[in-house]
Design a protein around this ligand. Structure first.
Ligand code: NAD
Length: 496
């Protein structure tokens, strides 16, 4: 059921206001240069607001505030239980503002507002809640040394954490980084993507109400090559947690090596396989989930199952089903509750996706192109598109398109399926559809990916780690393992 009708969303939108300044040291402020950049609604092409464009000077200012806040102990020295209670308050405040957050992310990056209200905002609030709840339930270690020795291994916060995040799930990606970084006692400087800064700035407003002390949580909107780079190169930042493309993830490794060897944690791209074996009894469900796995969120999902491997003797039936299911994923106005997908994030990104499609049409069989939605003045709506690539080596099956595009790749044997699935630079996620238990386990063991969903799609929860292998990066978001990224081990050895 929809949260609101189209008219209700439009009414709520009329009264929506935007924070458009940076948030440093507990206060909203202009960028040092007073420069701004335009925040554009990709579904209309209209300017939503002009947002502070932060530079290296703003990063230096924020690092100074974040470091001072870390050293004064107003947050880092609080008991885990007290940090928990303030983060739980923030989690509740997110849900109290669900309509506003939903609209901010939908207007900023084009996804259906109802998806924000049903998935993104409750997801962000839930992960913050789970992380906050966990922080006062874990203990440090005492090592088994000889008598009259006490060797304590403590987990301590790193200090100042930079979080650089993408635009595809703006609020969620911010929370995935900031929740464990804050829970463990660090100060945080969050840089949202330039395409989607508005929900991060709303979060800043609520952080004051939740009782996060000044300087502990800072938000710097700005361009990647300026603000993002300045965060990567800053000597006062102890760790950067990055989600984004593999190309930029590699840059953060360079920034670290050129500056202070800060720790870098990378959640990068993917080209995830979805393998359908002929032992799968629920072929219709597999087809339905395959369409969702490829087209949900306009295909702008790091773990999108964009390579669909199907065993040859069921390929014809499966492809027929998949095409029917794909008709359920046609684009529409993001503020219309009936729309299953909206538009892609920008005209620039639409050009990139369409270039992939046009090139693939020259060398790969186009087997499905859904009906597109036309909207005045913009070219950001892209219909679901499926190619058939017989060996999986074509560009469309190898590069991350980050749009509603999938390749069908047929295979004969289990061995062949594993080899095609692993034939990629990425290793973020995979799905396996099989009713043969040993086949499902064997293939799950052999496919190199951080999460393998068996007879399901994109299995995810706050309780399980998320992150990849190979060029999908390293370091896990979510679960207790996420705390490892934002803490270091300190040994305190007492002889008595
Ligand atoms: P992107 O790499 O272009 O940008 C991500 C962030 O990095 C943004 O904040 C951007 O401003 C910043 N940035 C850009 N250029 C920079 C530079 N030169 N120096 C420093 N910072 C810079 O990615 P995107 O287009 O925003 O997002 C799409 C990508 O994110 C896809 O590759 C997708 O797979 C990936 N992603 C991964 C996950 C995951 O958990 N693995 C989740 C979501 C998205």
């Amino acid at each position: 059921m929809s949260r609101h009708s189209n008219k209700e969303w439009l009414d709520i939108k009329k009264n929506l206001s935007f924070h458009n300044q940076a948030f440093i040291g507990g206060k909203f402020c202009n960028s040092v240069s007073s420069e701004t950049f335009e925040c554009i609604n990709p579904s209309t092409g209209k300017i939503l607001t002009k947002v502070a464009n932060c530079s290296e000077q703003d990063v230096k200012k924020a690092v100074k505030c974040a470091r001072a806040a870390f050293e004064n102990g107003n947050w880092s020295d609080l008991s885990p239980t007290e940090r928990k209670s303030r983060l739980l308050k923030l989690s509740n405040l997110i849900m109290d503002n669900i309509d506003e957050f939903s609209l901010l992310d939908s207007l900023d990056m084009g996804k259906p507002v109802e998806d924000c209200a049903a998935i993104d905002v409750p997801g962000a609030s839930g992960i913050l809640q789970w992380t906050a709840e966990a922080i006062d339930k874990i203990s440090d270690e005492i090592s088994p040394t000889e008598k009259r020795n006490l060797a304590m291994v403590k987990r301590v916060p790193l200090g100042v954490v930079g979080a650089v995040v993408p635009w595809n799930f703006p609020l969620d990606m911010a929370i995935w980084k900031c929740a464990p970084a804050l829970a463990t006692g660090n100060s945080v400087i969050l840089k949202p993507a330039e395409q989607s800064p508005l929900s991060a700035l709303k979060l800043a407003e609520l952080s004051i109400e939740a009782g996060i002390p000044d300087g502990v949580f800072n938000v710097l909107p700005g361009y990647g090559h300026v603000t993002g780079k300045a965060i990567g190169m800053n000597y006062g930042i102890d760790c950067v947690a990055f989600t984004g493309s593999t190309e930029i993830g590699k840059k953060f490794l360079e920034y670290s090596s050129m500056s202070n060897m800060k720790q870098i944690w990378l959640e990068c791209g993917g080209k995830s396989p979805n393998i359908i074996f002929n032992s799968c009894k629920k072929l219709e469900e597999a087809a339905s989930m395959a369409a969702q796995g490829a087209f949900f969120n306009q295909g702008e999902v790091c773990s999108a199952n964009s390579r669909i491997l199907v065993q040859n003797n069921i390929a014809e039936d499966f492809i027929d089903l998949l095409m029917k299911k794909s008709d359920n994923w046609l684009p529409g106005d993001p503020l219309n509750p009936l729309s299953k997908i909206g538009c892609v994030v920008s005209e620039e990104h639409a050009k990139k996706v369409n270039k992939f499609i046009d090139k693939a049409k020259l060398d790969t069989d186009l087997i499905y192109e859904g009906k597109n939605f036309s909207h005045s003045n913009v070219n950001t709506f892209i219909a679901p598109t499926i190619f058939k690539d017989n060996d999986g080596n074509k560009e469309i099956s190898q590069d991350e398109v980050f749009g509603p595009v999938a390749s069908i790749i047929p295979f004969d044997t289990q061995e062949e399926a594993i080899s095609i699935a692993n034939n990629t630079n990425y290793g973020l996620a995979a799905s396996v559809w099989s009713d043969d238990l040993s086949e499902a386990h064997f293939v799950a063991d052999k496919v190199h990916a951080g999460t393998i969903s068996v007879n399901s799609m994109d299995a995810l929860s706050p309780m399980t780690p998320f992150g990849g292998f190979k060029e999908s990066g390293f370091g896990k978001d979510l679960s207790l393992h996420s705390f490892d990224k934002y803490t270091g081990l300190k040994t305190v050895w007492v002889k008595y």
